[in-house]
Design a protein around this ligand. Sequence first.
Ligand code: URP
Ligand code: ZN
Ligand code: ZN
Length: 466
Amino acid sequence: MYLIRNGHVVTATESYVADILIDGERVTHIGLDLRESLKDLLHNCVEVDAEGKYVFPGFIDPHVHIYLPFMGTHAKDTYETASRAALVGGTTTLIEMCCPSRQDDPWEAFQLWKSKAEGLSACDFTFHMGISRFDDSTESKLRQIVAEGITSWKVFLAYKDFFGVNDSELYKTLELASKLGVIVTAHCENESMIAELQKRLLEEGKTGPQWHEPSRPIQVEAEGVQHLMTFAEMTKAKVYIVHTSNALAVEAAMRGKSRGVDVSVETVIPYLVLDDTYAQQPNFEGSKYVMSPPIRSKEEQPKLWQHLRQRNISTVATDHAPFDFVGQKEMGRDDFTKIPNGIPTVEDRVNLLYTYGVCRGHIDLNTFVDSASTQAAKLFGLFPKKGTISVGSDADIVIYDPSYRGTISVNTHSMATDYSAFEGWPIEGKPLHVWVRGKRQVEDGKFVGEMGHGQFLRRQIDASAT
Ligand code: URP
Ligand code: ZN
Ligand code: ZN
């Protein structure tokens, strides 16, 4: 039992000072001076003074890659490293992309991905099920996976050789999702345009990481979004656009919405704080900033912040996809198309969004909580167990210290990668204590938790769907 005293509680809609009682895995009481009003109840209760600190609901990262065979290599983290990093950074629930290749069996892939997390993760977790092929056997397997509590899927309109679906597969996937009440998350980029642009750039001898962005310009992404909107409009599927990097793409989604498409938009922290000059750094340093869609020009940043403020962008995730610089990013030294795509960020999302979003005046505290926790819980069937602080909700709680000053560094991070994309960046706040379902996993900023405490979150299908 924990009594968190006098904290400044912030949810997506409220902001107030109160005490919070955690009993077992849940929040059982919220109110003023609970020590007095509950004195007969508080046996063996650990008091935690939160005066002058924020008390946030555990943050949810709805887009991470941990086990990821991709571009001839494997992402670097395991659940031991990634869940520890997530928790130190205030994230208590991970939604991982289960990404089978075209030839893989979906059910076996789901079991494989789950086996990488179960009994090993320190934070709670679930998956978006990747659909990389749709043939006669797919529907029954997907129904089986949905019955196991996976109520969101993932499609890639890019990466045709790894995970991508063709248009008839996309149509069938969305049609089935609509029938089952499943939400489909989608990576939106036009694959053919990318292939053509990559070919031309390489023919001109443009092989460095700075050419990654010109090979996938904003129009390529906006076209992918527009494409998805057409399919979602026809099938009436509920869709979610992952890692949206620019305003043109957000606007394509908003046009779909105005035609009645049930669409939500995610951006990821790198697009809000980094710009394309990072990928232009010499000595192949730019490869550390190669992800897809690419990091855009600085002019996109205020537009994205504005869409976030207006809530046209619902969530801020990471798209955590960790590859080492040495031996992995280096695979693309002579050809940017071979640089493994991705940036390790799961540990830093909350601190970056707080420092460069809230402290710089781009978003308020409620929008911060909403976009980094509550919306993901609502969209992916976890609310109100997760994503808020209320009586009965899971005691996933972050006590956040806004007076902390420090810097991000590879030397202190918990992620497994050999670099940080934010080396030396100042942060103005950090999680002090973090609970996952009533168990304190981070104390005084240090991981003190138990690996394996994290649970697989079985989600319910929307009951109104057939
Ligand atoms: O560059 C990225 N985004 N890497 C991970 C795979 C994906 O597209 O989400
Ligand atoms: Zn993607
Ligand atoms: Zn991703």
